[in-house]
Design a protein around this ligand. Structure first.
Ligand code: SAM
Length: 292
């Protein structure tokens, strides 16, 4: 039998603690995934509600099953961060009591061959969080110019020389259709150094571009202080330093503009115990802020 998709929620206790869930509050989990954080919020509600949002309909289906015991307190919503304000208005919510975002892909998405995120599992070069629309990683590579690819790989932290070599190899080899094809191409173009597989940063860069992750995070950060009521909280968990930097800057700007008050001095990281139990948590960083 195929293994059921799973994902261990990261910084779960900390996220719930900083969100300060009230039994009668209305919360948005912008990244429900498989429902780990959503379930923890829902369990603390009496008359309140949690809006369980995700742009991945397949994950949302699993979340629905995983959170079934508390379904009377959950409203599931399939959609992107950028359309969240309109969706909340449509649902009749002017402001909510808190918003949580646990960024990036889930372990289940990342390790599924058919979803095409992983160079370790063969599958179609897809990488879309939302398979109901948008362009796949294969289509992205078909359309990209040499300059687009070099910039993309460099932004994801690859050296210029490596970015250029991989971009050139892609242009010569395309159309590329499978994760294995791309992984092999990168292995051939880039000598392996250290422990990190040479395809790691290339796959991450592509996934971020396909899902417009920078633009989506910016849209979420622009909307958050408008969506959350004064006294309510915004909690964001990031796994990449570029994302954490964006969150840190946005929070700092809100404080300067008098739109929010700080809650902690240093970024919150998982405990050694959590990292030992779930090594995937090691790069997680949590920031929380209170809206004024
Ligand atoms: C790290 S996982 C969340 C895991 C979840 N907290 C749990 O406990 O199962 C992030 C989720 O956010 C979703 N996601 C990423 N970017 C999104 C966006 N721009 N709009 C909506 N959902 C997004 C992904 O599809 C993924 O399911």
């Amino acid at each position: 039998m195929p293994e059921a998709p799973h994902h261990v929620p990261v910084l779960l206790e900390e996220a719930i603690q900083w969100l300060t869930v009230r039994p009668d509050g209305v919360y948005v989990d912008a990244t429900t995934g498989l429902g780990g954080h959503t379930a923890a919020i829902a369990q603390r509600l009496a008359t309140g509600l949690v809006i369980a949002n995700d742009c991945d309909a397949e994950s949302l289906e699993v979340a629905r099953r995983n959170t079934a015991p508390w379904a009377d307190r959950i409203r599931y919503r399939h959609g992107w961060f950028s359309t969240l304000p309109a969706a909340l208005a449509e649902m009749g919510f002017d402001k909510v009591d808190g918003l949580l975002a646990d960024l990036g892909p889930s372990y289940a998405q990342l390790t599924s061959g058919p979803r095409g995120f992983s160079f370790a599992a063969d599958g179609p070069l897809d990488m879309r969080f939302d398979r109901s629309g948008g362009i796949t990683a294969a289509e992205y590579l078909d359309r990209a110019t040499y300059a687009d690819l070099v910039r993309l790989f460099q932004e994801a932290g690859s050296e210029r020389r490596i970015s250029e070599r991989v971009a050139r190899a892609i242009l010569q080899a395309r159309p590329l259709r499978s994760t294995r094809e791309l992984a092999r191409l990168v292995e051939e173009a880039v000598p392996r150094r250290g422990r990190l597989h040479p395809a790691t940063k290339i796959f991450m860069a592509l996934r971020r571009a396909v899902n417009r992750e920078d633009e989506e995070l910016e849209a979420l950060l622009a909307a958050a202080p408008e969506i959350v009521r004064p006294g309510g909280r915004v909690v964001v968990i990031s796994f990449m330093s570029t994302e954490d930097r964006k969150v840190k800057r946005a929070f700092r700007d809100w404080i300067r503009q008098g739109r929010a008050v700080p809650l902690h001095k240093h970024v919150i990281r998982p405990s050694e115990q959590e990292v030992r139990a779930n090594p995937a948590a090691r790069s997680a960083r949590l920031r929380a802020i209170e809206i004024r």
